[in-house]
Design a protein around this ligand. Structure first.
Ligand code: ARG
Length: 461
């Protein structure tokens, strides 16, 4: 125990088990060691400890890192956390010299520094995964600009779109997610090291030097804030919640599209599962799990906010609870993106089924009304005439395309032979040539826009 000097008794074993964060914070060993190396080099350069001693400590820390990575040193035992473990190991190897590492530093600024470094790397990984997903969507959209399908409102067939157009709606969401993560990383990239326990230190440390050595843009402005701020965890959790919300909506549609009722897509066998009892089943488990896992991310997000809301400045042990929540959040997002993207890339698109669904649901009714309007009828009147026509079709179990011209004309004299051309799916689609719409030209433009947007986000992984 790093702090046992003040105590007469050994800590109760139960308390020890309750207190330890080693089982979950050991994943930050690399950041912890990197941070310590920067700190000890700074101590040497500032003459706070002799420079040769600083070099020996830095070199031994590098050995410890190598030993962990090669499996020669296993993290474990009853250390209170990863910071205590590394310092304990250093002292076991260097004796009293190892005890100089913690000069002018607290675990409070140490853990805050480690966590920022760890999460900024995770953001890079998620950015790369989002980039991949957006590229997959763009490629799939490009080959489906002709796949006419019903667009829905209220989950009722509304107006025709294409599968490519529909996919690019998701691409737009994921581009925003990517931009949000990049923005979050910018705010996260300030260095708390040197804040000490809360009030800085009496040693002549150089915070700019350690901040720069660790790749931060600058030291954090205020030491109390340095050790107690976890906004970056909440902000990242929010970015992740939005990613999961988007993935979950998308998953819901994938699940619907795979059903016999829709059959717009079929999943590749490699990305579907069967039932142990019902031989006919082909289940979209991946999409269902992604939809389900959004719940745990939202839950952990809320846990972080709740954890912080009543905490007085500065550090409080409550904050140790931040790690399991934010780690679970990023782990979940990563595993979901990693599985969802190849599932999507391998779907078999059933263009004929999409088209058949588009042809049945009166999704050209707006266009039939627009046809009458173009012939001079006020829109409200045109709307009423077509509404009556649709009612007639429903009663007769037929469609607008299949009605004979005489029937049309019985409802309005304004109809003539060109109505069939005006309500064909192709016309309905191609006439909607406004920017952002479903035409091939517009969708290809959207693809270009997305590709440009993701190029702008710099990737370090
Ligand atoms: N394991 C602790 C955490 O994750 C590290 C900081 C401990 N600081 C302290 N004063 N007990 O928050």
């Amino acid at each position: 125990m790093l702090w046992k000097g003040r105590f007469d008794k050994e800590v109760n074993q139960q308390v020890n088990d309750f207190n330890t964060s080693l089982p979950f914070d050991q994943r930050m060993y690399k950041e912890d060691i990197t941070g310590s190396i920067a700190h000890v080099k700074m101590l040497g350069m500032q003459g706070i400890i002799p420079e040769d001693e600083s070099k020996v400590i830095a070199a031994e820390l590098a050995h410890i890192l190598a030993d962990i990575e090669t499996g020669h040193l296993i993290i474990g035992g009853d250390a209170e956390d990863i910071h205590s473990f590394i310092e304990g190991e250093l002292t076991a190897r260097l004796g009293d010299l190892g005890k100089k590492l913690h000069t002018g530093r607290s675990r409070n600024d140490q853990v805050a520094t480690d966590l920022r470094m760890y999460l900024r790397f995770e953001i890079d990984l998620m950015n790369a995964q989002l980039n991949n997903l957006i590229q997959t969507l763009c490629a799939l959209a490009e080959t489906n600009t002709d796949a006419i399908m019903p667009g829905y409102t209220h989950l009722q067939r509304a107006q025709p779109v294409t599968f490519g157009h529909h996919l690019m709606a998701y691409a737009a969401m994921f581009v925003r997610d990517l931009e949000r993560l990049t923005d979050c990383a910018k705010r996260m990239n300030e260095c708390p090291l040197g804040s000490g326990a809360l009030a800085g230190t009496t040693y002549p440390i150089d915070r700019f030097q350690t901040a720069q050595a660790l790749g931060f843009d600058r030291p954090m402005m205020n030491s109390l804030d340095g050790v107690s701020d976890r906004d970056y965890c909440v902000e990242l959790a929010n970015c992740c919640s939005l990613i999961m919300m988007h993935l979950s909506r998308f998953s819901e549609e994938v699940i619907l599209w795979c059903s016999s009722e829709f059959k717009f897509i079929t999943l590749d066998d490699a990305f579907a599962t069967g039932s142990s009892m019902m031989p006919q089943k082909k289940n979209p488990d991946v999409a269902e799990l992604v939809r389900g896992k959004s719940g745990r991310v939202f839950g952990a997000h809320l846990a972080l906010l709740t954890l912080l809301k009543g905490l007085p400045l500065a550090y409080n042990k409550d904050m140790q609870e931040d790690k399991e929540a934010i780690f679970d959040i990023v782990d979940t997002v990563k595993i979901c993106l990693q599985t969802f993207t190849p599932m999507l890339a391998s779907v078999h698109v059933q263009k004929d089924k999409m088209r058949a669904a588009a042809a049945k649901g009166f999704i050209n009714a707006t266009d039939a009304a627009d046809y009458l309007t173009k012939k001079g009828m006020p829109f409200r009147e045109a709307y009423r005439v077509v509404g009556a026509l649709v009612g007639h079709c429903v009663k007769e179990s037929t469609t607008l395309e299949a009605l004979p011209l005489e029937t049309y004309q019985a409802f309005s004299e304004a109809f003539s032979e060109d109505i069939y051309q005006a309500i064909s799916l192709e016309t309905c689609l191609n006439e909607r040539a406004s920017d952002g719409g479903p035409t091939k030209e517009s969708v290809l433009k959207q693809v270009e826009q997305c590709r440009k947007a993701i190029k702008k986000e710099t990737l370090t992984v």
